[in-house]
Design a protein around this ligand. Structure first.
Ligand SMILES: [Fe+2]
Length: 401
């Protein structure tokens, strides 16, 4: 390799005072030479949600997840169609939208899918180059590259379609200094003073559920259209055959900020958790978002105290001698993890701690993962069986197994 590739911070990472070294630890950021990349991606720009009640959802992310409200769009700002709240925590930016006008297309979207992610927006250095490449590879361009301008400058944006009704907006923020996008005004919540360390600091990965037989097609889409490469972790139908199963492969952008595991249901004796998702989301969509934290114990304690429910893990998981031997030494006594139901996985690079919430909305669809990495760049494959069993106990309780 010639010159050392440079790593650029995203605009939100700079605002959150994060640095490259911290991001390397949190989300496994790696150096990447963009010059030969047909579709260079800097990182996540925002996760846009459509929800049934954006005003209350914004309150939930503020008061439960400790996110900061930073911007707003709605009837008061000239947007008669919907309200939208922009919330940040570390490098993470969520935009929650809900229809206001009775004929808002967002209400149709919500009627079909329930609460969910509509847009995995990515920050890119060159929107036009990305769209030209995506088009040449057969992608559906939903929005041609165009400028959006207000008193804070100019944002260049476009959008391409991905799985289901999900899209990737492509955003160049290099000439823009506003709180989110033109059409949004700065807004803070009452009592938003200076706060301690955020509970979650960066987005680690976003998982897509796709239909039976479609995983490889979508992996190929990310390879061909967006220049993403496959990460090593692969979950095949050899795992969890006693239970309903899924298969999973992971694609990532050059610097590994954007990691997208893609799941499809696998044939099994019983109905897969991915099938349940596909039924209730009415098609492919985002299954879970993994939020990186540098202190998962504190984050879990705070979220649990605020009423967040996590998947349970059997005591047998922690007391299994084989598992204990495989885990080796981690930063806290295993009893501390057991008390909180935090899972551990280890590979040749290190270990990770992780835990999964129950679905956060009314439908059994999208949920969160919390992840604290210690060198491991995996996704918890070793926990798969334990997670499966826990997820399916919940599925059985809902009568959907
Ligand atoms: Fe995950």
């Amino acid at each position: 390799m010639g010159l050392e590739p440079t790593l650029t911070l995203t605009e939100q990472e700079r605002r959150a005072a994060l640095d490259i070294e911290r991001l390397r630890r949190l989300v496994g950021l790696v150096p990447h030479d963009e010059s030969a990349d047909p579709f260079p991606v800097t990182g996540w720009d925002a996760i846009e949600w459509v929800v049934g009640n954006a005003t209350q959802t914004a309150h939930f992310y503020r008061t439960v997840f400790g996110m900061d409200l930073v911007a707003y769009s709605g009837p008061e700002t000239g947007n008669r169609d919907h309200v939208a709240y922009v919330l940040v925590s570390g490098a993470i930016r969520f935009v929650v939208k809900g229809g206001v006008a009775p004929d808002s297309p967002l209400l149709d979207h919500h009627r079909r899918h329930g609460d969910g992610v509509v847009d995995i927006a990515l920050e890119v250095p060159d929107v036009d180059r990305c769209v030209a490449h995506a088009r040449s590879q057969g992608a559906t361009v939903l929005e041609e590259p165009h400028d959006l301008t207000d008193e804070y400058g100019t944002l260049r944006v476009a959008a391409i379609a991905t799985f289901g009704d999900t899209r990737h907006s492509l955003v160049d923020r290099s000439r823009y200094r506003g709180p989110y996008r033109p059409g949004y005004v700065p807004r803070t919540a009452p009592g938003n003073g200076s706060r301690p360390e955020p509970l979650v600091e960066a987005l680690d990965h976003v998982v897509g559920n796709v239909e039976l037989g479609k995983m490889d097609e979508w992996v190929a889409f990310y390879n061909r259209v967006m220049g993403f490469t496959n990460l090593a972790e692969f979950i095949g139908d050899d795992i969890a055959t006693e239970y309903s199963a899924l298969m999973s492969k992971v694609v990532a952008n050059g610097n590994h900020r954007v990691k997208i595991p893609l799941n499809e249901p696998a044939i099994a004796r019983r109905r897969s958790q991915v099938d349940e998702y596909l039924d209730f989301y009415q098609g492919p969509g985002v299954q879970h978002l993994a939020l990186a934290t540098s202190d998962i114990l504190r984050t879990v304690d705070r979220l649990r105290a605020a009423g967040i429910e996590f998947l349970d893990t059997p005591d047998a998981y922690y007391e299994d001698p084989e598992l204990r031997a495989r885990i080796g030494k981690v930063r806290v006594p295993i009893e501390e993890l057991q008390r909180r139901r935090i899972l551990v996985d280890r590979d040749e690079d290190g270990y990770l701690l992780q835990i999964f919430t129950k679905p956060i909305g009314d439908r059994p669809t999208v949920f969160f993962e919390l992840i604290e990495r210690h060198g491991s760049l995996g996704f918890g494959k070793g926990n798969f069986q334990a997670l499966f069993e826990a997820l399916e106990r919940e599925q059985a309780r809902r009568g959907n197994l």
